[in-house]
Design a binder for this molecule. Structure first.
Ligand SMILES: Cc1cc2nc3c(=O)[nH]c(=O)nc-3n(C[C@H](O)[C@H](O)[C@H](O)COP(=O)(O)OP(=O)(O)OC[C@H]3O[C@@H](n4cnc5c(N)ncnc54)[C@H](O)[C@@H]3O)c2cc1C
Length: 356
């Protein structure tokens, strides 16, 4: 079997890279066995225009938001025309209702709301859905935030790749990679370029061991809370985002830099259930418990581009906590770079790292 590009991994990065290669009518195959850790399937799907305790405007957000809006919508339409009887809505604008748990966070929000009126607002009257929560110390509204239906997108795109014969459900193994005169070979696949979209697999990827990868474990509970209206994303001691499955909510998440495994932990489940019981006024049951490792970078910027010594090997990764907005934007940049030598954003370009 021969192809132009071999992509390793079908999380958000592999999905978006496939999408933009297809737009350019290029030939590719995606390898993903389906049983390795996949952060995209565990994520809350949130695109938040502000970040951290100080509500700093998210890096590149004014470019990332319209890009995400346009391309998630187009991808939904493509999946619709190809395999569904109704259009899967992959992106929805949904404000975040933030409940303050400390006077400092209320004060910071008030100050930032005067500086950043595009995104932040202190409502004078609480929205109706706020009555389902202990109000804590008041609330603020983060506008122009988006939610991505990852639970629809990733399985639907996998189906599409499978039907097109572009998905091989097997693991890439570095030892089996052979260089040939004008490209590479892996088992019976011959290809010109190899692009890693392997998420946290990058941590053990010998071809990119010079990169400052920073893995961060995260856990979330999936809860069923009948009666809680899906009007907002709710953010208090926890973040609650509504899932497509009726009455189901994603509740997360933890940030652990020191961990021994990627498994769901009893400690997270107990403390999350406890916090939720204090904050949410409607009864809920736990339907599932997820855990994954965010493929982050120490400088909180993605890894995009070609290997410094072997330009036919590339990488799209290091998306950290922001894969929903960064993956589509940088997948397109990488495709333009690979095909037309278009420049990469200097803060994302792999060329910023030296190899010894
Ligand atoms: C709990 C949690 C909550 C999060 N919430 C959000 C959020 O609300 N918003 C947001 O933007 N981001 C969020 N993130 C971050 C987001 O999930 C990541 O940035 C993004 O999913 C990374 O995508 P990826 O494609 O790089 O990696 P992944 O989604 O991990 O995909 C990597 C793929 O590569 C495959 N793979 C790895 N090694 C190999 C190999 N050797 N051969 C073949 N295949 C291989 C794996 O099977 C996997 O499918 C969250 C993450 C976690 C853990």
């Amino acid at each position: 079997m021969k192809t132009e590009f071999l992509l390793v991994g079908q999380g958000l990065c592999g999905t978006w890279l496939s999408y933009f290669l297809e737009q350019e009518k290029r030939d590719f195959i995606v390898l993903d066995p389906g049983h390795l850790p996949n952060a995209s399937l565990m994520a809350g799907g949130l695109i938040n225009p502000v970040t951290g305790r100080r509500l700093v405007t998210t890096w590149l957000i004014d470019e990332l938001m319209p890009f995400a809006q346009l391309h998630y919508t187009e991808l939904g339409q493509q999946l619709y025309s190809e395999q569904y009887s109704h259009s899967p809505q992959l992106i929805e604008e949904r404000s975040i209702l933030q409940f303050f748990s400390h006077p400092d966070s209320a004060n910071i929000f008030t100050v930032r709301a005067t500086e950043q009126q595009d995104y932040l607002h202190r409502p004078t009257t609480a929205p109706d859905s706020a009555r389902f929560f202990d109000p804590l110390l008041g609330l603020g509204l983060i506008k122009k935030s988006y939610q991505i239906a990852l639970d629809v997108l990733l399985p639907a795109y996998k189906d599409k790749l499978r039907k097109e014969g572009r998905l091989l459900e097997k693991k890439f193994n570095y030892q089996a990679l052979k260089k040939s005169s004008n490209g590479f070979r892996f088992e019976d696949i011959e290809f010109d370029q190899l692009i890693f979209c392997d998420g946290i697999g990058l941590h053990d990827n010998p071809l990119f061991d010079h990169l400052p990868v920073a893995p961060v474990k995260g856990e979330a509970l999936i809860v069923q809370a009948p009666g809680l209206p899906a009007t907002h994303i709710f953010k208090g001691p926890l973040t609650m985002t509504p899932l497509k499955r009726t009455d189901h909510w994603w509740v997360g998440s933890s940030y652990e830099w020191d961990f021994t495994d990627a498994q769901p932990s009893e400690q997270f489940r107990t403390s999350t259930e406890h916090s939720l019981r204090q904050w949410l006024k409607v009864p809920f049951t736990v339907a599932d418990h997820w855990a994954a490792i965010r493929p982050g970078s120490k400088e909180r910027r993605p890894f995009v581009g070609k290997h410094p010594q072997e330009p036919r090997i590339g990488l799209l990764g290091g998306m950290g906590t922001k894969g929903c907005s960064l993956a589509p934007y940088f997948a397109r940049q990488l495709v333009q770079h690979l095909l037309y030598d278009a420049p990469l954003h200097p803060e994302a370009d792999l060329g910023r790292f030296n190899i010894n």
